[in-house]
Design a protein around this ligand. Structure first.
Ligand code: XUL
Ligand code: CO
Length: 444
């Protein structure tokens, strides 16, 4: 990474975070994330492609559902939502990413620049901040993992954006997304995310679901058209989440998203951006949703965080569970790793962790947990016993009747003849779940 651009220091007393190895007791050092260390033939930093989010890390105030009041100390904030303040925050983000050694960031349009009195003025504000972001990107070598549009904070989106009952709201959302794709393109974003913040319903009594889904399909096609028209080469993603803020969101999990994309002929245009806490809210493990996406060739990127199973809402906590990161990296590596995607920390400190240094502890912990998960997953793969067990478990499909079924050479009549000849199935083998769980623990 190139040298610091900043003239004002926002995190005084905190230098670049070094790698000190597993024996270090320094809370401001990496124990496992060693960016240049080679794992499966590639530096860790290229496997993981870490990204910091603007919304929590730069714009978060420590709010929760019982208090919107700022709890977090951010000495550089002047208490306004001015353009001047927005420009200053760009310096905060880049100093943070540089000190942490993170190669990417991600933002919503409204995180980086304030809304004006109308769309024209809002776009002008955005253009001004984008010029600043571009300057810092050039000076630091830090890039944009993905951009997105905030279609859920402003009250105009109370009924949804693309799925609003009001066509004027659809038009406004389209204008906003058009601009957000343009600025993402301007900043060489590797991707663009659609998270349907309020694309769902609170009650079916007032909802025409079929019409809303058709509108969402149409909206995404318009976005694909615009991407082509302006030549934006980045990857589009859709981010599943089952609920919150709505009772039900249409993009509820990986399988629902894939079905939606298939139904509306969008499968070739969007991959999935999967978030751990969203998968658990949907009643799945993150690894489940990753496998669903991977099997469909649609595993794009991840929003790295974790929930609290005892709380049941989107707590967006930083991931520290090695078992979780091992499972994630096993599946990510199995499907060939990230290309345009990365490990984006859509995560926030607890309200009680209110000092700027807490942002460093949180990200260092998340990065170390993923680095460790990556190394463990690579060792499990190099060991080979797990993969070999799975291969053996399906061996009956490699020849004989199994191969004939897979090749579609036999019908029900031939299968009946085979079953009659067998009389009874006598070759089932144990699933060995407990043995395999023990095997994983050998590496953790
Ligand atoms: C909300 C969420 C979003 C998306 C981007 O739960 O995850 O921040 O990642 O809009
Ligand atoms: Co997210």
């Amino acid at each position: 990474m190139k040298k610091a651009h900043v003239s004002t220091e926002f995190f005084p007393g905190i230098g670049p975070i070094p790698y000190e190895g597993p024996d270090s007791k320094n809370p401001l050092a990496f124990k496992w994330y060693n960016p240049e260390e080679i794992v499966e033939g590639k530096p860790m930093k290229d496997h993981l492609r870490f990204s910091v989010v603007y919304w929590h890390t730069i714009r978060g105030v420590g709010a929760d559902m019982f208090s919107m009041t700022r709890a977090w100390q951010r000495p550089w904030e002047d208490g306004t939502d001015s353009l001047e303040m927005a420009l200053k925050r760009v310096g905060v983000l880049f100093e943070f990413c540089q000190k942490l050694g993170v190669p990417f960031y991600a933002f919503h349009d409204r995180d980086v620049a304030p809304e004006g009195r109308n769309l024209r003025e809002t776009n002008k504000n955005l253009d001004r901040v984008v010029r600043e972001l571009k300057k810092y990107q050039r000076d630091t070598g830090i890039g944009l993992l993905w951009g997105t549009a905030c279609l859920f904070v402003h009250p105009r989106y109370m009924h949804g954006a693309a799925t609003s009952c009001n066509a004027d709201v659809f038009a406004h959302a389209a204008a906003q997304v058009k601009k957000a794709i343009e600025v993402t393109h301007e900043l060489d974003g590797a991707g663009y995310v659609f998270w349907g913040g309020r694309e769902g319903y609170s009650t079916l009594l007032n909802t025409d679901m079929k019409r809303e889904l058709d509108h969402l399909g149409a909206f995404l096609h318009l976005a694909v058209d615009w991407k082509k028209k302006i030549g934006f080469p980045g990857q589009f993603y859709i981010e599943p989440k089952p609920k919150e803020p709505t009772k039900h969101q249409y993009d509820s999990d990986a399988a629902a998203c894939l079905n939606f994309l298939r139904q509306y002929n969008l499968l070739g245009h969007l991959k999935l951006n999967l978030e751990t806490n969203h998968a658990t809210l949907a009643g799945h493990t993150m690894q489940h949703d990753l496998e669903v996406a991977g099997a469909a060739g649609a595993l794009g990127s991840i929003d790295a965080n974790t929930g609290d199973l005892l709380l049941g809402w989107d707590t967006d906590q930083f991931p520290t569970d090695i078992y979780l990161t091992t499972q994630i990296m096993l599946t990510v590596l199995k499907y060939g790793g990230f290309t345009t995607g990365g490990t984006n920390f859509d995560a926030k400190c607890r309200r009680e962790s209110f000092e700027p240094v807490d942002l460093f502890h949180a990200h260092i912990g998340g990065m170390d947990a993923f680095a460790r998960g990556l190394k463990i997953a690579a060792r499990i793969r190099a060991d080979g016993r797990l993969a070999e067990f799975v291969r053996q478990r399906y061996a009956s499909w490699d020849n004989g009747i199994g191969r004939d079924i897979e090749k579609r050479k036999v019908g029900f009549e031939e299968l009946e003849a085979h079953a009659l000849k067998l009389g009874e199935v006598r070759n089932n083998a144990s699933g060995r779940q407990e043995m395999l769980e023990n095997l994983i623990n050998e590496f953790i």
